[in-house]
Design a protein around this ligand. Structure first.
Ligand code: WT7
Length: 647
């Protein structure tokens, strides 16, 4: 099936198109034309229609490269837009979240109930002295209170930073410190594969020393885990909740008020705090719910991501809730108690839209078709994919087995930095080509260019860039505007550089070819080679380390480390296990390397730079080609390649 022709084209069915928000390619092109010719008018009109503002803006747009502002002078509140306005419009009894806990407990939370939860949580933060502009870390399982915590922060203007529960105490500490956060919101645990995550323990380790900014830790009770509470600092969610009221008017916040910071890996050892602000971000989130997910009032929408990643921010919290959707939220693992858990949930709640990643699809394929086939998936009408290009075999299976050949698949290309989907089909308009994100959203001037910034020819490989700022673009790297400019706007001055390679075919469709920097994509999550290398050399046995992504059947790429050791008598087998554990400790379990290879030396250029390209070739093809004339010692490479053949 990997041979499915790249030329296969799947036009939308007339039935789907006739009901879609964007019903034809002409309608799509018309939106693009308006957005391109009159971006300020285009986005102003949509911001007025899709969002509720307390005060209108003075200027739609201000661009001082690389810094952009949208809806300058306008005020709004993200939590008001996600919750209150639906209640005020008479939709309070509509279910916002059908929540399913991993052990099987369930809760249906209406917009009216969510409104109370969010208001009370905001009052809890207030009671602990938090005010607009303060930062709070959210380190929680996938429970409704995590959503309420994010929106409660947004209600007060407290900038949140969600840290994925799989990150270690070390990673958590680095984020708390970078943000100088005053509060951490966590839980006594969360369920994953029948076990509980020790979130509170990690919080304690993280802030035991060197986190003087944290004065409050709010702990939700989710499990029966025994935890320690530090008097004065730690408070149970339910105890604090008992002291507050339901009444919490939303702050009137500037359109450019910092909504959240989300950390992502870059090319150095230090993660980047990507800053998103309020008005433009929320607008793009809500627009793409309609354009890409074709969301209608009666849809049952389900995004399987974790709220710790950007997909969870934009397509579980801000997008669907601002659009007033009913969605499914599931706490646990897809294989618990068995590999049909997702299909059982989709059938039970009659999901209509389902959004997941190619890596999850590949893992599910392995378990066999009989699992989805045992459940009634006829409610589904649209499928989505995100995280990496979807390979033909995964596309075919997703389309045939899950979508029964009826459901369009929207392959959504975007990044933590872009805030929302930038390249994707509009399912009622755009003919699909499996493996391609197809065409850009209106107002997104995407192009494939060479080193000088000149567009390359049809089907030529180049760098993917976005020529004009869009509303949900990241605003800066937290506390590091110089790195922001250097990272994204210096390759071609003033133009957003995505870090992805791509080509465009004869229909103008974009095909993403992967990263051009030292960033790996493991299970759709971004991992930095440098970040893992710096963690490895912190281990007392390690002299030097080089990390590359190695092709992997399920996760796309897997982490492969080349390590040289300091003098000593090491047991390589034991040390290999220890170093894998070390990475889980330093970064998080999802970063645990697949493979550690010990070597006497690493291939370097004469100037001393590690030649990762060669190592990549070794793990990919087991041979070495191309230009190695700058190699200090070719013998090292030959030996590494040979060593692999012996394994
Ligand atoms: C990188 C961004 C956006 C949420 C998930 C990851 C790759 C993402 C696709 C796709 C091809 C994709 C890119 C991008 N990527 N989606 N549909 N097709 N590549 O967010 O961690 O910020 O990673 O993921 O390489 O640059 P992220």
């Amino acid at each position: 099936m990997e041979t499915m022709s790249e030329q296969a084209v799947f036009p939308p069915s007339p039935e789907f198109s006739s009901r879609a928000h964007v019903p034809s390619l002409d309608a799509y092109r018309d939106l693009c034309r308006q957005a391109e010719q009159h971006p300020e008018e285009f986005f102003s009109a949509l911001a007025e229609k899709e969002l509720t503002w307390f005060k209108p803006w003075d200027h739609p747009f201000e661009w001082n490269p690389p810094f952009v502002k949208w809806f300058v002078g306008g005020t709004l509140n993200a939590s008001y837009n996600c919750v209150d306005r639906h209640v005020e419009a008479g939709n309070g009894s509509k279910v916002a979240l059908h929540w399913i806990g991993e052990p099987g407990d369930t809760r249906d939370i209406t917009y009216a109930e969510l409104h109370v939860m969010v208001s009370r949580f905001a009052n809890m933060l207030k009671a602990r002295g938090l005010k607009p502009g303060d930062r709070a870390i959210i380190y929680m399982p996938m429970v409704p209170e995590a959503v309420a915590a994010m929106l409660g922060c947004a209600r007060l203007g407290v900038t949140h930073s969600v840290v994925f529960g799989g990150f270690s105490a070390e990673a958590l500490k680095a984020r708390i410190q970078d943000l100088e956060a005053s509060a951490v919101i966590t839980a006594d645990g969360g369920w994953r594969r029948g076990k509980t995550l020790n979130l509170k323990g990690a919080v304690d380790d993280a802030i035991a020393a060197e986190c003087p900014s944290v004065h409050t830790v709010i702990v939700l009770k989710r499990t029966e885990n025994e935890i320690t509470m530090t008097a004065g600092r730690d408070v149970w969610w339910h105890d604090l909740d008992a002291t507050v009221t339901d009444d919490c008017p939303p702050e009137h916040l500037d359109a450019e008020h910092p909504l959240y910071v989300l950390y992502t890996s870059g090319t150095t050892g230090k993660p980047k705090g990507i800053l998103h602000t309020t008005g433009g971000y929320l607008l793009h989130a809500v627009l793409t719910m309609k354009w890409v997910f074709d969301l209608k009032p009666d849809d049952i929408y389900w995004c399987s991501a974790d709220i710790g990643w950007v997909t969870g921010h934009t397509y579980i919290v801000y997008g669907p809730l601002a659009a007033g959707a009913t969605q499914i939220m599931y706490e646990g693992a897809p294989d618990f108690p068995a590999w049909d858990r997702w299909w059982q949930i989709a059938a039970q709640y009659k999901a209509t839209i389902f959004y997941t990643s190619p890596t999850a699809i590949r893992a599910l394929i392995k378990q066999g078709e009989h699992l989805p086939n045992a459940h009634d998936l006829s409610s589904l009408r649209l499928l989505g994919s995100v995280g990496e290009p979807i390979n033909p075999a995964a596309w075919e299976w997703y389309h045939r087995v899950i979508g029964k050949g009826r459901c369009p698949i929207v392959d959504t290309w975007w990044q933590t930095e872009t805030g929302g989907v930038l390249i994707a089909p509009m399912p009622g308009a755009t003919p699909l080509k499996p493996g391609s994100g197809t065409l850009p959203m209106p107002g997104i001037l995407a192009e494939v260019v060479d080193f000088e910034g000149k567009p390359v020819g049809v089907n030529q490989e180049g760098f993917l860039i976005i020529k004009r700022p869009w509303p949900s673009m990241m605003r800066t790297i937290w506390r590091d505007p110089a790195r922001f400019e250097q990272n994204y706007f210096s390759r071609i001055p003033g133009i957003y550089f995505t870090g992805d390679a791509a080509r465009r075919d004869e229909d103008g469709y974009f095909w993403i070819l992967g990263r051009v920097d030292d960033v790996m994509n493991v299970s759709g999550h971004r991992l930095s080679t440098m970040e893992i290398e710096s963690a490895l050399v912190r281990h007392p046995a390690v002299a030097e380390a080089a990390v590359v992504g190695k092709p992997h059947e399920i996760t796309g790429q897997a982490v492969c480390c080349f390590v040289t050791l300091k003098q000593g008598n090491w047991d390589n087998h034991k040390l290999g296990i220890e170093l894998r554990q070390w990475i889980a400790h330093e970064i998080g379990s999802f970063a645990r390397p697949e493979e550690i290879r010990f070597t006497e030396a690493l291939p370097k250029t004469r100037s001393g730079k590690i030649m990762r390209r060669l190592l990549r070739e070794i793990v990919t093809s087991h041979t070495v080609s191309g230009d190695v004339t700058t190699l200090e010692d070719l013998g090292v490479v030959t030996k590494l390649a040979a060593q692999h053949d012996e394994d």
